[in-house]
Structures are given as C-alpha cells and as structure tokens.
Design a binder for this molecule. Structure first.
Ligand code: NAP
Length: 458
C-alpha cells in the first residue's frame, strides 16, 4: 500500500489527490487530505467572493473527489503545530504533498499603512468569507470614500463587495454580521487604483465587466489616463486578455466622457478606475485613515513606470491593499524567500538542489500566487505524475501503521468527513433561523462544536 498525505484541501490539494488515485497507477493507494481548518476547499470556501456562486459551485466537484473511498479528509490538523513537523509527517506517510498556498499578503511599504482603516484585502476577504482566523469586524464603512490599491482580481472582488447591496448578498452564504455591516455601509465611492496602465492590469475581463453590470453603480474612467498607456493607440501586440480589458475600460471612458457629469440617483455608488498612480503615503487624522497620497506615474518604455513628481490625494475612510499574496515558509521545509515558493523540480521538493525522497509540492506554494482555479489542475497532475513515478521506491519506506492514531497521539483531533458534514448541517440550520440559505459559521468554537456533534470522539 502507498499512503500519501496531501497538506491543504484547496483546489491544488484536491486536484492532487484526484490525480493520485485517478489513473489506478498504484492499485492500493490511500490519500489523506489534511487541512489546518475544520472545513475543506481552501480558497474556494475562504477566498472566492460569496456572490461568485458559479465558481463557488466548484465545491461540488471537489466534494466528489474527497468522498472517493481511497481519499480521507482530516480537518483541524495543522502541520507545524503539536510536533507535526514535515519530518514527523514523513514517518507517518510514504509521501507528503504540500499544497499550502500562499497565505501572506504583500505590503505596500509606505508610511501610514498601520493606521486604523488600512487593511489588506485578505483581511476584508477573510471577514466576508467567515474565515475563523479573521480578526477584524469593523472596517470603518461609515465614510463615503474607499481606496482599493491594486489592479488584480482580488482588487475587483473587494471593490465589487464594497458597492453591492445587502439584498444582492442575502442569498449567498456570507456571514450574518458581514451582511448587516455591508447593508448599513455608507461607502458610496470606491477608487480602484493601479500604478500602471490598463494594458498591464492583472484582472481578467469577465471579472472586470462585472463591475459595469452592478445595479445602480456607475464605473468612471478618465480618458486622459487611458491615453497615457503606450498600448492605447495600438493594442495589437498585447495578450488577448489585455486587449479585451482595454476595450472594456475604453468603453467606460467614452460613456462617461459623452455623458459629462453623469447623472446618478442619491443611492448610486461609483467605482472610479484610476491608472498611473502609485501610493506613497496613507494619511491619517486622529489615528485613522483620511486619504491616500499618490504620485502620478508615466510609462518608462520598458513595461514599468517612473514617478513624475506630481501628487494627488484621494480622501478615504478605508484603504484596502490588494497587491498580491506571497508564500510563507513552513519550518522544516525548504523555502526560497525571493520567490516565496518551495524549490522543486516537477513538483519534487529540492533540498540543497537534490530531490528530497517523499516530499512534493503543488499549487501556489510551488509556482507562486498566479492563475485561476483551473491552473491548479495541470500543476497538480505534474506533481502527481512525479510522485507516482517514484512510488515503487517510496512504498519501501517504513511508516507508522495508523497515521490517524499517530496524529491523535500528538494531540491533534482530526475533523473527519462526518464532522464536516455536521458543519454543513449546522450552517444550513443557522441559515434557516435567519430565513436564509446556508450561512457560514465564522468562529473556531462554532465550527469545532458542530463537527464534534457529527463524528465519534476517539
Ligand atoms: P495579482 O493578480 O498579482 O494583482 C496584484 C496587483 O497589485 C497588480 O495590479 C500589481 O501591479 C499591484 N501591485 C503590486 N504591488 C504594488 C504596489 N506596491 N503598489 C501598487 N500596486 C501594486 O494579485 P491578486 O489580485 O491578489 O490575485 C492573486 C491571484 O488570484 C491571481 O492569479 C488572480 O487572478 C486570482 N484570483 C482570481 C479570481 C477570479 O478568478 N475571480 C478572484 C480573486 C483572485 P503590477 O502589475 O504593477 O505589479
């Protein structure tokens, strides 16, 4: 028998488990998918925005994998805690695949970042996704202006959530406290600010277009900022996604231009897409964010930008930096701090440049925080193929007879699939009491309590 631990039950972990059992390459294989959280699905549950129901529905296909009889989900097991080091894990399993994602958010490195009202987009996403580690629940939504720094899909997500109405979010699984707070929000204008031009923005066109389709929300783009983009005049050399993005923002710029001061209802919200502005300072008043100071930039001719020495301040009571994630080192596992990834060759973890027997990586910790969910599929397949090729050698390693018993001996109390199903039932029941569909439980005690009601202790 080949016993494999996959660490992380997000898309890369689940796709890895699927690829390992998929081809019957090893007839007698067992895969335990461990997660630090009591709940599976990683960023599909805790990153995909609640109003992206179609992407959320991917949970259905991830579920089918985790319900395979050769695969077991073991939630609430944190690698790195209670003596469960990578070395110890290798004593329990013939092979371990780390699919731990990129959990840290990047910082701007400008003065004022610590002011009240300045957050990472991750903190905001964790809050509206009911992540049990979310620490903030007061985002200062009482002020009319908000600034979102960055031009990736996370920036688009948080911008959209800031302008959505409660009635649009009510049918989703957003936690009740976030629904109430967003419903009472005084935010009327969100500035989504990119340091480069629209042709270099990282968002995808479908996500971008969605901003223009929001009820009672106008999207404003300044044609002068578009014109600065070197690709504006001739976009033919751009990747298809950038060409499409440029078309969309150009359409908005022309619409706003034609309408002049666009008329809006008092309840209307505005999204201003700004380009060629880089943040230099977050300005405060009484310890709280009051504005962001940006320097206007100009293309440097090599795809980047240079400062122009001209500055602009955008008033804001809330600043969200959505400038990307980065991988975090896991003690006991090699880490390349410059890339924020674990060094590897075709998914085989490299220690001092040499493949470490039995250790593998897949997903963002392997290739960095880029790509959409589907990008994880070929990435996971490559890693699984490496592991399966090594299987004859790996299977000769001596491992503990019962890894779950060994985890319990270390003080971990895994949430089994029945425990997760009990959490799902508890979330459906919570939603029922609120007259809503399933509503996520936002805290550790609630999740653990629900899980324990659904699985035998022992
Ligand atoms: P991202 O795509 O890497 O975008 C980061 C943005 O931050 C870029 O516009 C970048 O500008 C900007 N930035 C970085 N450092 C900055 C600084 N110091 N000052 C100002 N701007 C700065 O990261 P992300 O939005 O976090 O997304 C991560 C991954 O998740 C992406 O692959 C994304 O597609 C995926 N995702 C997908 C969805 C979806 O499909 N719906 C939703 C959410 C996330 P430069 O380009 O100039 O560096």
């Amino acid at each position: 028998m080949l016993r494999v631990a996959v660490v992380g039950s997000g898309p890369s972990g689940v796709y890895t488990a699927q690829a390992l059992v998929g081809q019957n390459a090893v007839p007698d294989i067992r895969v335990d998918v461990l997660d630090r959280l009591p709940c599976p699905y990683g960023l599909v549950r805790y990153g995909v925005a609640p109003d992206h129901e179609k992407i959320k529905s991917l949970q259905g296909s991830l579920r089918a994998v985790l319900e395979d009889e050769r695969i077991a989900f073991l939630g609430d097991v944190e690698v790195g805690a209670r003596g469960l080091t990578p070395a110890r894990l290798l004593e329990l399993y013939h092979a371990v695949v780390y699919c731990v994602g990129a959990s840290r958010d990047r910082r701007l490195g400008v003065p004022g970042e610590e002011l009240r009202g300045s957050f990472s987009a991750t903190e905001f996403v964790s809050w509206y996704s009911a992540h049990p580690d979310a620490v903030h629940d007061d985002f200062g939504l009482d002020r009319p202006g908000a600034v979102v720094v960055g031009a990736g899909n996370v920036a688009v997500d948080v911008t959209r959530l800031l302008v959505r109405r409660a009635q649009e979010l009510e049918p989703t699984d957003i936690p009740q406290s976030a629904l109430v707070a967003l419903g009472a929000s005084g935010v009327r204008e969100v500035h989504m600010v990119a340091r480069r031009g629209p042709a270099q923005a990282k968002f995808t066109t479908k996500e971008l277009r969605e901003l223009g389709a929001l009820p009672d929300t106008r999207v404003l783009v300044d044609p002068a900022e578009l014109a600065l983009d070197p690709a504006y005049a001739d976009p033919s050399g751009l990747p298809a996604v950038s060409r499409r993005n440029l078309e969309v923002v150009r359409g908005w710029a022309e619409a706003a231009d034609a309408a002049g001061a666009v008329g809006a209802t008092p309840s209307a919200r505005t999204v201003r897409l700004r380009f060629f502005l880089r943040p230099v300072e977050i300005l405060g008043e009484d310890g709280r964010v009051a504005a962001v100071r940006f320097e206007h930039t100009a293309p440097d001719g090599a795809g980047g930008v240079r400062g122009t020495g001209r500055y602009e301040e955008i008033p804001a009571g809330l600043v969200l930096r959505a400038v990307g994630y980065q991988g975090a080192p896991l003690p006991g596992l090699p880490f390349d701090p410059a890339r924020g990834t674990v060094p590897h060759a075709a998914g085989r973890v490299l220690r001092d440049g040499t493949p470490s027997p039995g250790e593998y990586v897949a997903g963002w910790i392997k290739r960095g925080p880029t790509g959409v969910i589907g990008t994880n599929r070929p990435c996971a397949k490559e890693t699984a193929a490496s592991l399966l090729a090594d299987a004859p050698v790996l299977a000769r390693r001596t491992v503990a007879p019962d890894p779950v018993a060994a985890l319990r001996a270390l003080g971990h109390e895994p949430v089994l699939w029945t425990g997760w199903q009990a959490i799902e039932e508890a979330e459906a029941a919570l939603g029922g009491t609120l007259g809503r569909g399933p509503v996520k439980i936002p805290d550790w005690a609630g999740l653990r309590g629900a899980a324990r009601r659904g699985q035998p202790i022992g």
